[in-house]
Design a protein around this ligand. Sequence first.
Ligand SMILES: [Cu+2]
Length: 199
Amino acid sequence: MKRFYLFLIISVVALILAACSAAAPEPVNLTIELSEYAFSPTEIELQVGQEVTFTIVNVGALEHEIMFGREVNMMENRPNGYSTDMFESAGVEPMVMMETSSEMEMEDEHEEGEDMHDDEGEHKEGEDDEMAMEDDHEEGEDDHMAHDGFMVFLPAGNDTATISFTVTEEMVGEWEIGCFELDGVHYDAGMVGKLVVNK
Ligand SMILES: [Cu+2]
């Protein structure tokens, strides 16, 4: 009879252990604030299997970006992205959603600008300005394209983006989080964080 109880206890313990190890880790929702020149928090820990949502908020006065990788790329002696991108090397494509607040603000500014030109009755100049703005924009985008790997760029003004992905085995290890804006000036100024992925 005693043996039977022992067997029962061992079975129950084994079942509980199996249930625990099979359960996926809790999903994580974390806000990462970008400012001059830091990420907050500076250190993030994740676990394989975890569903992660990062809410990235630019609380600074300047444009910022966030990249995840290892071994900084040097381009003309300036830090420029990572040689190994965490998401690319893991074959994971995070889902990125941008908040529309800045787009709306930009549109508002735009309209204001157009109104002013209307008042002055100088429509053509307004159009030229628009063209110039678009050109600036494209140049800006080209600069960002120069960084290889996954990147989320946030203009200033409390802009928000969410990055969602599931942590995979390939991500296990230590990674850096970095901003390489202004030819790497932000990175040099200390805009670097740490991401640790545990098994
Ligand atoms: Cu930055």
